[in-house]
Design a protein around this ligand. Structure first.
Ligand code: NBP
Length: 479
C-alpha cells in the first residue's frame, strides 16, 4: 500500500481537496470516484499530483497504508451513506472514514454510532471555503473520536488555511460536533450576508448612489473594523458591470436568493434548543420572501409610506449604516455562538468557543478580523453566556447603538425592509431588559391553560382560579 490518504468523490470539492492533499510534503493520495471518467480526467489533468487512481472500493482500500484514512466528498445524504456502506466492507477496525461533505449533524451522529460499532472510526468534518478553499486551504471543523484525531490531525493541519500562523482546523468535539459547528457557521454567514445587503439597500435608496459608488464605500469599510471577506466581495460584486447591457450586474441579477438548506437547519436546530437566533432566522426568511415572485406580484398593491425617503446628511447617514451593520453583526455572531454553546451542552460536546472563532479566521466565507476579538473574549471568559457582553463588544455596541436605532427608524419610516437590522436591535433590547412582557404572556397562559406562573416575591408555583373567584392557589409546576 502506497498512499497515506484517500479521497472518494471527485467532483469539484473532492478533486480540489485531493490536489491540495497531494501538494503537501509526504502525502500520496489514492483517489476513487463512482463513475470512472472523473478519476481518469483528474489523473490526466494533474500529473504533478502523483495520484494513485483506483477503480473499485477494494482496490482503493488495498492502496492505503494502515490505519487507512479516507475522506469522502460526495453529495450529502444518500450518496454519503452509500459510500460509507462500501468502505465499511473493505476497511478494518482502527481505520478512519472522514465525511467532508455538508452533512446534517444528526446524520453524522447516527453514522458515527453505526460505523463505530464495526471498530472503524468515523469523523464528520465540516469543510468551508468552497472550491477555492478546498484547493488552497479551507477552514476545517472535524468531529469524531480522539483516537482518529491522532492520525487525522497532522493531515488536516497540513491542508487547512493558515491564519496568523495557525492552521484553521481544530478537533471540535465528538461525533457530530464538527458538522454542527459548520452548520452554525453557515447560519452566521446567512446573517452576515443579509446585513450587508440591507446596508447596501439603505445607502442606495437613501442617497441615490450607484452600485459602483457604494462599492467604494464597502472597500473603505473593509479597511476598518468591518474588514472581512464578505465585505471585500460585496465591493467586487457591486463594481461589476454586465457585459450584455452595460448596467451594473447587481441590477441585472434576478432578486430572488437561493439557499441550500444550512440556514434552515441552523434555525430549526435553534428552535429545538430554544436559542433565539433571530438574525439568522430573519436572513433565512428574507431569502424565502424574495423567492416567491407570485406573492410579491400580488403584494405590490399594498401601500407604503407617503413621504419620499430623503437623507439630509449623506456622510452621517452612511456612517450610521456602518455602525448599525457592525452592531447587528455582533448580535448575529453572539446568537450563533449561543447556539454552539447550547448545542454543546445538549449533545455533550466539549467545544472550545475561542478555538472555533480562530479556525474561522481563514479559509471560510465568514473570515474576518472581528473573529480575533471573539477569541479574545472567550480567552478571558471561556463560559461567557452572552458573547456581546464581553467588554470589547459591549463597548462597540454602546458606541453604535444610537446610530443603529436611527437606521432602524429610518428604514421603518421609509418603508425599506431591514429585517436583520431591526430584529437584531430587538434582540439586543430584549436580552438587556430589566423586565419583559413575558410576565403578561405567562398570565395569559395561566388564564386559558392553567399553565401556572412563578412570583417575583416568593418561591413556589401558582395558579389564579380565573373561571372561579380569581383567588390564587399554590399549584403543581406545569411550565
Ligand atoms: P456534489 O455534491 O455535486 O456530488 C457529486 C459527487 O458525489 C460525485 O463524485 C458523484 O459521483 C458522487 N456520488 C453521488 Br451524487 N452519489 C453517489 C453514490 N451513491 N456513491 C458514490 N458516489 C456518489 O459534489 P461537490 O460539489 O464537489 O460537493 C461534495 C460535498 O462537499 C457535498 O457534500 C457538498 O455539500 C460539500 N461542499 C460543497 C461546497 C461547494 O462549494 N461546492 C462547499 C463546501 C462543502 P459520480 O461522479 O459517479 O456521479
Amino acid at each position: 500500500a502506497a498512499a497515506n490518504i484517500g479521497v472518494v468523490g471527485l467532483a469539484v470539492m473532492g478533486s480540489n481537496l485531493a490536489r491540495n492533499l497531494a501538494s503537501r510534503e509526504g502525502n500520496t493520495v489514492a483517489i476513487f470516484n463512482r463513475s470512472r471518467a472523473k478519476t481518469d480526467e483528474l489523473v490526466t489533468a494533474h500529473p504533478e499530483a502523483g495520484f494513485l487512481p483506483t477503480f473499485s472500493y477494494q482496490e482503493f482500500a488495498d492502496s492505503l497504508q494502515k490505519p487507512r484514512t479516507a475522506i469522502i466528498m460526495v453529495k450529502a445524504g444518500a450518496g454519503t451513506d452509500a459510500v460509507i456502506d462500501e468502505l465499511v466492507k473493505v476497511f478494518e477496525p482502527g481505520d478512519i472514514i472522514v465525511d467532508g461533505g455538508n452533512a446534517y449533524f444528526p446524520d453524522t451522529i447516527r453514522r458515527e454510532k453505526t460505523v463505530r460499532a464495526t471498530g472503524i472510526n468515523f469523523v464528520g468534518a465540516g469543510i468551508s471555503g468552497g472550491e477555492e478553499g478546498a484547493l488552497t486551504g479551507p477552514s476545517i471543523m472535524p468531529g469524531g473520536s480522539d483516537e482518529s484525531w491522532v492520525t487525522l490531525g497532522p493531515i488536516l493541519r497540513s491542508i487547512a488555511a493558515i491564519a496568523e500562523g495557525e492552521p484553521c482546523v481544530t478537533h471540535v468535539g465528538h461525533d457530530g460536533a464538527g458538522h454542527f459547528v459548520k452548520m452554525v457557521h453557515n447560519g452566521i454567514e446567512y446573517a452576515d450576508m443579509q446585513l450587508i445587503a440591507e446596508a447596501y439597500d439603505l445607502i442606495r435608496r437613501g442617497t441615490g448612489k450607484t452600485p459602483a459608488e457604494i462599492a467604494e464605500i464597502f472597500a473603505e469599510w473593509n479597511r476598518g473594523e468591518l474588514e472581512s471577506y464578505l465585505i471585500e466581495i460585496t465591493a467586487e460584486v457591486l463594481r461589476q458591470v454586465d457585459a450584455a447591457t452595460g448596467a451594473p450586474l447587481v441590477d441585472v441579477i434576478l432578486d430572488q436568493a437561493g439557499a441550500k438548506g444550512t440556514g434552515a437547519w441552523t434555525v430549526q436546530t435553534a428552535l429545538a434548543l430554544g436559542v433565539p437566533v433571530s438574525g439568522i432566522a430573519e436572513a433565512t426568511f428574507a431569502r424565502s420572501l424574495s423567492s416567491h415572485p407570485e406573492q410579491r406580484a400580488v403584494a405590490a398593491i399594498l401601500p407604503g409610506p407617503d413621504e419620499e425617503f430623503t437623507v439630509s446628511d449623506e456622510a452621517a447617514f452612511i456612517e450610521d449604516v456602518r455602525l448599525a451593520l457592525y452592531a447587528s453583526k455582533i448580535v448575529a455572531y453572539s446568537q450563533g455562538f449561543d447556539e454552539i454553546r447550547t448545542g454543546a451542552a445538549e449533545y455533550g460536546w466539549n467545544i472550545d468557543l475561542g478555538a472555533i472563532s480562530k479556525i474561522w479566521r481563514g479559509g471560510c466565507i465568514i473570515r474576518a478580523q472581528f473573529l480575533n476579538r471573539i477569541a479574545d473574549a472567550y480567552a478571558e471568559t471561556p463560559d461567557l453566556p452572552v458573547l456581546m457582553t464581553a467588554p470589547y463588544f459591549a463597548e462597540a455596541i454602546g458606541r453604535a447603538q444610537s446610530a443603529w436605532r436611527r437606521v432602524v427608524v429610518a428604514a421603518a419610516q421609509a418603508g425599506i425592509p431591514a429585517p436583520a437590522f431591526s430584529s437584531s436591535l430587538s434582540y439586543y433590547d430584549g436580552i438587556r431588559a430589566d423586565r419583559l412582557p413575558a410576565a403578561l404572556v405567562q398570565g395569559q397562559r395561566d388564564f386559558f391553560g392553567a399553565h401556572t406562573y412563578k412570583r417575583i416575591d416568593k418561591p413556589g408555583t401558582f395558579h389564579t382560579q380565573w373561571s372561579g373567584d380569581r383567588t390564587e392557589i399554590e399549584a403543581e409546576d406545569t411550565h
